[in-house]
Write a protein that binds this ligand. Sequence first.
Ligand SMILES: O=C(O)C(=O)C[C@]1(C(=O)O)C=C[C@@H](O)C=C1
Length: 417
Amino acid sequence: MQTISPSPNPTLSLKSLFSDHKPLIRARPYSSNRALKRVVVQCVYRRDSSGGVGSNRADWQSSCAILASKVVSQQQDTEKTGNADITAVNGHKTLDLVPIDSLPKPLTITDLSPAPMHGAQLRVAYQGVPGAYSEAAAGKAYPNCDAIPCDQFEVAFQAVELWIADRAVLPVENSLGGSIHRNYDLLLRHRLHIVGEVQLPVHHCLLALPGVRKEYLTRVISHPQALSQCELTITKLGLNVAREAVDDTAGAAEFIANNNLRDTAAIASARAADLYGLQILADGIQDDSSNVTRFVMLAREPIIPRTDRPFKTSIVFAHDKGTSVLFKVLSAFAFRNISLTKIESRPHRNSPIRLVDDANVGTAKHFEYMFYVDFEASMAESRAQNALAEVQEFTSFLRVLGSYPMDMTPWCPSRGD
Ligand SMILES: O=C(O)C(=O)C[C@]1(C(=O)O)C=C[C@@H](O)C=C1
């Protein structure tokens, strides 16, 4: 698969993104392969003297499962929740985050610097270019935010770690295309906390240069998730086209416009059509009308878990004796009536294969996994604390990725459904 970088600009200065900020000094090398530290969860959710779970920030932070490598940083609660300049973007209410004539270029790895910058608005990193669904998700999660495009998921993580952004909003799964594996791997490699989730109805369009007809097309380009979410419809439309993956949906639209490609269409949002001057050849081409992508919000600090509204908690665990632990772990939740909303496994990159020698039979080679589980409970609830204390007994590695409010916004199918 060919990968087209939507906006190559290795020398970009962040000054162009934040005109009121000082120019950045050059990036310092960033080490992304920090050793994973085993986490002790038992001592994590301490009770206070009254028997309840500590409810202030200091309690929660001191008991957070990933204290071991936490960056000392200052919480910035600068979110604004007032009504901003809301417009319909791709059928969803979201912010018109950037003026069309001055689109910011995505951050690249060379733009990253540890220098903190201070502005009035919450700075939210997302992967892609303006018009990407991730930008709309950032606007839904943080109305009024200053959305910062990044060329890679990893850059969005680092932008938060280095104080260039206050939050990152990243996709983790789609109802049709499944998990975005890269972000599961990055959640483990980095030390950010999940502080929220948003679910965004995704309404895809087929975009081409003005005057181009479907019959002229020889290829369709888009983010791999978008290609997979529209696979059946592309075939039904009778398009005899090659599919090519690019970094993000809006980047595909921008690429067509910048290169004046008359044989190529993009799968992207209606907003991307507006931003890059393309026409909509077909509207609502996702294979299922209720196509939804779930994004998580990431921050340097965890939020204090509460019990006055529905919370979800995300964990990741592994066991050095293999997958046999899975049943025991799941039963720790089942016995406490805690529903799981998601389970995902990824290769255990530190020890991907376990050899089991049996003199009579030979050597079995088992693959090893990291298991990611989301469950419907807050870490402020004793049943969740008890479940995790039990899980910790069965596992050799356990980390709480975050305990955060569930997205309970009313169901709102994408435009045209
Ligand atoms: O390419 C974009 O527009 C994105 O925001 C990325 C992304 C993804 O990674 O799944 C987000 C939502 C849609 O499911 C398709 C693509």
